[in-house]
Design a protein around this ligand. Structure first.
Ligand code: HEC
Ligand code: HEC
Ligand code: HEC
Length: 409
């Protein structure tokens, strides 16, 4: 009895400590969840233009039509406040919502499935702390028959590998951390990996470049010509942290990814991502620079006239202000969409805490014809050590049409 009493006293004495400790671990769990939600860039897709963060409603373009992101604030009626933790984990891990509703893979669950149960629970704990916002789900506008959610069962069977990330014992812990982030929450392949006609990722061409929402996300493997093999580890870290390095400045979709997500990650995680990307071999191809084509001479004249003020006659640019064009992966990609887009509509680099001021490139769409844009890109794509097939005027026309549609919407 005496021992029981003293145990009880010890326990009672400890209670405030235990309680404080529990509150502390839940606070650190929420902080971790917030960090992981940043790594997954949930806010980018789940926030509408001028909308409340995480309240959904952003139109997401897919090859099959428009899908609107749902509200993931803890509102019970229109958000996920009524979901259990298990239902949340199931959605992230298998792409199936409560009541067995299949979610479209525009929600990157094929990547999020790799996240550990613990990490997903931490994200949920963080989302629970957000202010609940009322914002009802908008139904997707898809072309028949893909508005039939049950067909996603077949899609999953063909293209979806469910399963938490499994460490590769041959590689270092840093490499494995990088793989976990890139293949999992970071869902880099959602943009940087090509997809087949049904929108399934081509695993054999992982991170070798993909088309998404009118942008080409270039090859980010260690391929030295079309990828980032010539970048040092610090170059990759700087790009993801600050939005630029001595090779390139991020624009468009990648600028968003950097501002919302990678610029807020710890340098140690960015080093891990770099270690993983550097180790991806890709499938380098030998391409010889074009020679003797009349397009090159025409392109050279346009370059000297319109571009050399910033990128310089020798294509070396101005360090960390105007990128060098020699060695550019965008110019040497198998798909020139992003390079064409930059010339037609101009570009602005990403603001980050490390680099709040942005640099801009003017738009040339109003000034240069399709053939002229094609010529100048063919010239810069085949100068200063670069090599790429001739850019066609018809490709420029396609991108121009698409930009016109985007502006009308
Ligand atoms: C690339 C865009 C994108 C990103 C990034 C993204 N989501 Fe989503 N998410 C979507 C879309 C689109 C849907 C709706 C799919 C559907 O309607 O079938 C969705 C659905 C969901 C759902 C199901 C909600 C419901 O009501 O059915 C949850 C939960 C969710 N996302 C959580 C997250 C979390 C957590 C993150 C960050 C770790 C995240 N999402 C990142 C696009 C995204
Ligand atoms: C929403 C789509 C999207 C996602 C997600 C995305 N990227 Fe990108 N990324 C792009 C686009 C588009 C470009 C080309 C734009 C540019 O260079 O200005 C790009 C460019 C890059 C570049 C520069 C390549 C070069 O040669 O200039 C790197 C490096 C990169 N991304 C790494 C990553 C990593 C790592 C992740 C995951 C953490 C990631 N990206 C996620 C769309 C995306
Ligand atoms: C006023 C300065 C300026 C002028 C003039 C200019 N650019 Fe740019 N250019 C930039 C900036 C700023 C960026 C985006 C950040 C970066 O990559 O440096 C950029 C980026 C690029 C890129 C992407 C490089 C990469 O791999 O990241 C290409 C390609 C490019 N410009 C081509 C051209 C062409 C072709 C012309 C002429 C038709 C031109 N630029 C004129 C400032 C300029």
């Amino acid at each position: 009895m005496k021992t029981l009493c003293s145990l009880l006293t010890v326990f009672l004495a400890l209670t405030p400590f235990l309680r404080a400790h529990a509150a502390d671990t839940s606070a650190s769990r929420i902080a971790r969840g917030r960090y992981l939600a940043t790594a997954g860039d949930c806010v980018a897709c789940h926030t509408a233009d001028k909308g409340k963060p995480f309240a959904g409603g952003r139109p997401i373009e897919t090859p099959f039509g428009i899908i609107y992101s749902p509200n993931i604030t803890p509102d019970r009626d229109t958000g996920i406040g009524g979901w259990s933790d298990d239902q949340f984990y199931r959605a992230m891990h298998t792409g199936v919502g409560p009541s067995g509703r299949h979610l479209y893979p525009a929600f990157p669950y094929p990547y999020f499935t790799k996240a550990t149960h613990e990490d997903v629970s931490a994200i949920r704990a963080y989302l629970d702390t957000l202010e609940p916002v009322k914002n009802a789900r908008k139904e997707p506008r898809l072309t028949w028959p893909l508005d039939w959610r049950y067909l996603l069962r077949g899609w999953n069977w063909l293209y979806f590998d469910e399963g938490t990330y499994r460490a590769n014992a041959q590689k270092s812990p840093e490499w494995n951390r990088g793989a976990y982030l890139v293949e999992g929450l970071g869902h880099c392949g959602a943009c940087h990996t090509a997809t087949n006609f049904a929108g399934g990722a081509k695993a054999s061409e992982a991170l070798e470049g993909g088309m998404l929402q009118g942008w080409f996300a270039p090859n980010i493997t260690g391929d030295r010509r079309a990828g980032i093999g010539s970048w040092s580890t610090e170059d990759i870290v700087d790009y993801l942290k600050t939005g630029r390095n001595s090779h390139s400045g991020a624009t468009g979709l990648m600028a968003e990814v950097i501002t919302d997500s990678t610029s807020k990650l710890d340098r140690s995680d960015l080093h891990a991502i770099a270690a993983y990307l550097e180790d991806m071999p890709g499938h380098p191809q030998d391409v010889s620079p074009l020679q003797g084509s009349p397009t090159l001479a025409a392109g050279r004249a346009i370059y000297r006239d319109s571009c050399s003020a910033c990128h310089q006659y020798d294509g070396k640019g101005v360090p960390k202000l105007f990128s060098p064009l020699g060695g550019s992966a965008l110019l040497q990609s198998r798909d020139h969409t992003t390079a064409i887009r930059l010339v037609l509509e101009g570009a602005r680099t990403a603001p980050t805490d490390a680099r709040p001021t942005t640099a801009a490139m003017p738009a040339y769409g109003w000034k240069l014809s399709d053939a002229e844009v094609a010529a100048v890109l063919t010239y810069v794509g085949n100068s200063w050590g670069n090599a790429t097939p001739e850019v066609a005027a018809s490709d420029v026309r396609t991108v121009r049409e698409r930009l016109r549609l985007e502006h009308d919407h």
